[in-house]
Ligand binder design. Structure first.
Ligand code: 5GP
Ligand code: ZN
Length: 145
């Protein structure tokens, strides 16, 4: 199965350079394992990225501790976004691999405040397979755990 490969070694990774302070960013939060900063694109006001401090390209490369820390950071930022921007909802988005929409090969979670009519849209092509197909998929995953 093809895997997303990290085309950005740490010295040329934009987020590594940002975390090192070599390029500017509007930081929100940081701890030993993560750094949270404003996404330059601001899909909605308050759009934050929570990234691993260490260079890890994807979910497959980050440690369990790093993934947990990113999720805890996302929760903390989401709580702050609720107070600061009064959104109707909040969306967490985390892409791995170009085919999944990842454009920066350094593990990060989007925290996106959501509002009615904010223009964000996804296509979500449901397949609704038969229960036997679901059972087969589950068996394949259990065997791989
Ligand atoms: P991805 O598509 O990989 O999930 O998200 C990458 C995000 O990084 C994009 O939303 C993009 O706006 C943001 N981004 C790319 N370059 C920079 C940068 O130099 N600074 C900041 N703050 N965000 C960036
Ligand atoms: Zn990096």
């Amino acid at each position: 199965m093809p895997r997303f490969t990290d085309a950005s070694p740490p010295d040329s990774c934009i987020f590594c350079r940002l975390i090192a302070g070599e390029i500017p960013s509007a930081r929100v939060y940081e701890d030993a394992l993560t750094v949270a900063f404003m996404d330059i694109g601001q899909v909605t006001p308050g759009h934050v990225l929570v990234a691993t401090r260490r260079h890890a390209a994807t979910l497959w490369d980050a440690t369990p501790e790093e993934v947990a820390a990113v999720m805890q950071g996302a929760r903390r930022v989401a709580q702050a976004a609720r107070a600061a921007f009064d959104p109707a909802g909040v969306m967490l988005l985390q892409a791995n691999g170009a085919v999944a929409g990842q454009t920066v090969a350094h593990f990060h979670m989007h925290v996106v405040p959501r509002h009615a009519g904010d223009g964000i849209d996804f296509t979500w092509p449901r397949q609704n397979p038969a229960p036997a197909v679901l059972a087969d998929y589950a068996e394949r995953l259990r065997a791989a755990l």
